[in-house]
Design a protein around this ligand. Structure first.
Ligand SMILES: CSCCC(=O)C(=O)COP(=O)(O)O
Ligand SMILES: [Zn+2]
Length: 208
């Protein structure tokens, strides 16, 4: 069982994150899903299909670390297994955010199949946990979009078990996944990625 007070705290942090991300245009309409750790075995996650700029009581539910609903008749995010896959790889992850910004979507479609997106030489790379210098490249894998979330969860888990220092991934034509020790860390990672996506796209415009 989980602590309901702790659930209430993390559910609030998810609703606040939703308002922030929606206002910036990074989570339009019912796109995106967010989660935060309640305890070692339980995750609070958005209910599927909810408007992420208007989350309130009843829009965040609890699943176990395998993604099975706990004490709820609601349907958890369709992408729940992508979240639990990350919590399983990163025991110190406290939050996972998935967003659908225009820049993440467009850039993910421009990266050739089989190639990684690499950020190198940007001072802002230091916004990511564990990155101390612009000389440390940040490498972002781009997974093909699929409706087979179980298979995608397995692929992403395998990749991050081999590359645990990397802070996020893209799904082609779909969006960004990133995580952090706290919700504040995770939101900082979304902002850092968005800045870097904008820089890459601006660079492509002047140097096609
Ligand atoms: C309307 S966007 C399509 C589904 C999606 O990609 C998403 O992020 C939201 O799915 P959820 O089941 O978490 O609401
Ligand atoms: Zn999505």
């Amino acid at each position: 069982m989980f602590d309901v007070n702790q659930y209430a705290v993390v559910a609030d942090s998810i609703a606040d994150a939703g308002r922030f991300l929606y206002e910036r245009g990074w989570s339009p309409a019912t796109s995106s899903n967010y989660s935060a750790r309640v305890d070692q075995d339980h995750i609070a996650i958005t209910v599927s299909g909810r408007h992420k700029g208007q989350l309130g009581a009843g829009d965040v539910m609890v699943v176990d670390i395998q993604g099975r609903p706990v004490q709820s008749d609601s349907r958890a995010s369709a992408e729940t297994l992508l979240h639990t896959a990350l919590y399983q790889v990163f025991p110190d992850a406290g939050a996972v955010l998935h967003t659908h910004s225009v820049n993440a979507t467009v850039l993910s479609r421009l990266v050739p199949a089989g190639e990684l997106l690499t950020f190198d030489g940007y001072e802002l790379q230091k916004a990511f946990d564990g990155v101390e210098t612009h000389e440390t490249a940040v490498t972002v894998p781009v997974f093909d979009n699929t409706q087979d979330i179980e298979a995608l969860a397995k692929d992403t888990q395998e990749w991050f078990l081999k590359h645990p220092e990397q802070p996020g991934y893209l799904i082609r034509g779909h969006g960004l996944y990133t995580w952090g020790k706290t919700m504040a860390d995770c939101l900082r990672h979304v902002e850092a990625f968005e800045f870097l996506f904008e820089c890459e796209l601006a660079t492509m415009r002047v140097r096609p």
